[in-house]
Design a protein around this ligand. Structure first.
Ligand code: GTP
Ligand code: MG
Length: 457
């Protein structure tokens, strides 16, 4: 039996791997400062392999920077009680840390420790005798007992909070439409328009109105009846694309190329993926194929350090395809399980930049005709309709075979994922719901549909 031909396929996405132990949930102030120091000249070039085939300076200017962060307005739409619960949880965590440090300092374990503390300590101050009702600062010190743990929000609660703007807008309009009205041609037409305007796409809008008409035509319907039917139809559209990302580890490495428009979350998503993979014991290499901006290379290097991944970068302005080729060779030599290649963000209508992407794919194929094994495109959920065209073009040029939608925290345009699923039928592996290392979750059709329809699960 040709055992060598049996592929060992590792599937990840559905089951949560162990968390990366020491990785903080957010970037530290220094990390953020390093990323934002875009204008500073890069002084690490000597640490990195030299580049061939430098990219023209005018090309470098066309690649963009990260997208704007969420506005205050976005945050204001998240239910206040959810935000408060999160803040409370963070504060309690801080207190626990402080308490444990303080307890450790106050409870030295050995005699030796005690003597060390005593010999280093300043002479004890004389405590004045105070009138009743007063206390010294010492006796007023905060309690050292650990506070009761506060429950973190579940994944579904976070998704629902993230999609709150999308669902409240949609369900509000549906409820208004069906208040004291029978289901007739007019209401069906209005509902269809409403669903299309909510970015769900014509196909899904028609599915919902057809089902509704066949079940309830001429009868009284409530907004709730409609949102339930809408959720069921959305599940039918999403279920076929909600797939785990299958890794063929017999490739050593399985090569993942990450592409997409500027600021859609490529680099951050790579960091989050690397955390999941290395957390489950796989050897991961990250390659900085975004050679346009020094800050982009630095940003990926930080994620590599945080996730215990190997890093390969090159000189600013070097040929991205050359770097990708070199990274593949190196990852093979190092017997890495997964190689993830970052690329510079580019608008789908910039032909020259899209051609560069095509070149990266072609060059990787020289080392293995199946490589890149996965071409992931990141989509920004706040973009709306333009995302449909982004997928169309990146798919044609770079052979995109899987999607990740980011920034589903706080968008009013989350419905676009349904339209993309209906039109392109490409697998959606994960969704991003924040900037933190853990804010990437496997895509689940039922969860997503319920969150969009604003119904409990
Ligand atoms: N709220 C939120 N922000 C995100 C998410 N994913 C990424 N971001 C933020 O979006 C911004 C852009 O992310 P990057 O990972 O730099 O995007 P990119 O596609 O690599 O950008 P370019 O390299 O400039 O094309 C950063 O501020 C990220 O922290 C997400 O799921 N939610
Ligand atoms: Mg990037």
């Amino acid at each position: 039996m040709a055992l060598g031909f049996i592929k060992k396929v590792f599937t990840f996405g559905k089951e949560k791997p162990a968390e990366t132990p020491a990785a903080p949930a957010e970037l530290t102030a220094e990390e953020k400062a390093a990323i934002s120091a875009e204008s500073e000249p890069r002084d690490r070039d000597e640490d990195l392999p030299l580049a061939e085939d430098p990219v023209l300076a005018e090309e470098m200017e066309t690649a963009g920077g990260p997208a704007d962060d969420l506005s205050d307005e976005d945050l204001s739409m998240v239910p206040l009680d959810l935000l408060e619960a999160e803040v409370e949880a963070e504060v309690e965590e801080d207190v626990t840390e402080v308490s444990q440090d303080a307890a450790a300092a106050l409870n030295p374990e050995s005699e030796e420790d005690v003597s060390a503390v005593v010999s280093d300590a300043a002479p004890e101050p004389v405590t004045p005798i105070l009138p009743k009702g007063f206390a010294t600062a010492e006796t007023r010190a905060p309690e050292l007992e650990a506070p009761a743990p506060v429950e973190k929000l579940s994944w579904f609660q976070r998704l629902k909070a993230g999609l709150f703007r999308t669902s409240s807008q949609l369900t509000g309009q549906i409820t208004a439409l069906f208040t004291k009205r029978k289901l007739d041609d007019e209401t069906l037409e209005e509902l269809e328009d409403l669903l299309i305007q909510a970015d769900l796409g014509v196909e899904t809008a028609l599915r919902v109105t057809d089902t509704l008409a066949s079940e309830r035509y001429g009868k009284d319907v409530t907004g709730e009846d409609v949102t339930k039917i809408m959720a069921t139809e959305i599940v039918k559209v999403l279920k076929p694309v909600a797939k785990p990302l299958a890794l063929d580890l017999s490739h050593k490495p399985h090569v993942i190329l990450v592409v997409g428009v500027n600021g859609t979350g490529k680099t951050t998503t790579i960091g989050k993926l690397a955390a999941k993979l290395s957390g489950s014991g796989l050897k991961v290499m990250l390659a900085a194929g975004d050679t346009f901006r020094a800050a982009a290379i630095e940003q990926l290097k930080i994620w590599a350090d945080r996730t215990g991944s190997t890093f390969l970068g090159t000189k600013l302005g070097a040929d991205a395809a050359g770097l990708a080729y070199e990274a593949f060779e190196k990852a093979r030599a190092d017997k890495a399980d997964v190689l993830i290649i970052d690329t510079a963000g580019r608008l789908q209508n910039k032909a020259e930049l899209m051609a560069e992407l095509e070149k990266i794919v072609r060059v990787l194929g020289k080392l293995d005709p199946d490589a890149p094994h996965t071409v992931l495109q990141t989509l920004d959920a706040t973009t709306g309709q333009n995302a449909l065209q982004q997928v169309e073009i990146f798919r044609n040029v770079a052979g995109v075979n899987g999607l990740i939608m980011t920034k589903l925290d706080g968008t009013a345009r989350g419905g676009i994922l349904v339209a993309i699923a209906a039109k392109h039928k490409l697998p959606v592996y994960f969704i991003g719901v924040g900037e933190g290392i853990d804010d990437l979750e496997p895509f689940e059709a039922e969860d997503f549909a319920s969150a969009i329809a604003g119904i409990a699960r």
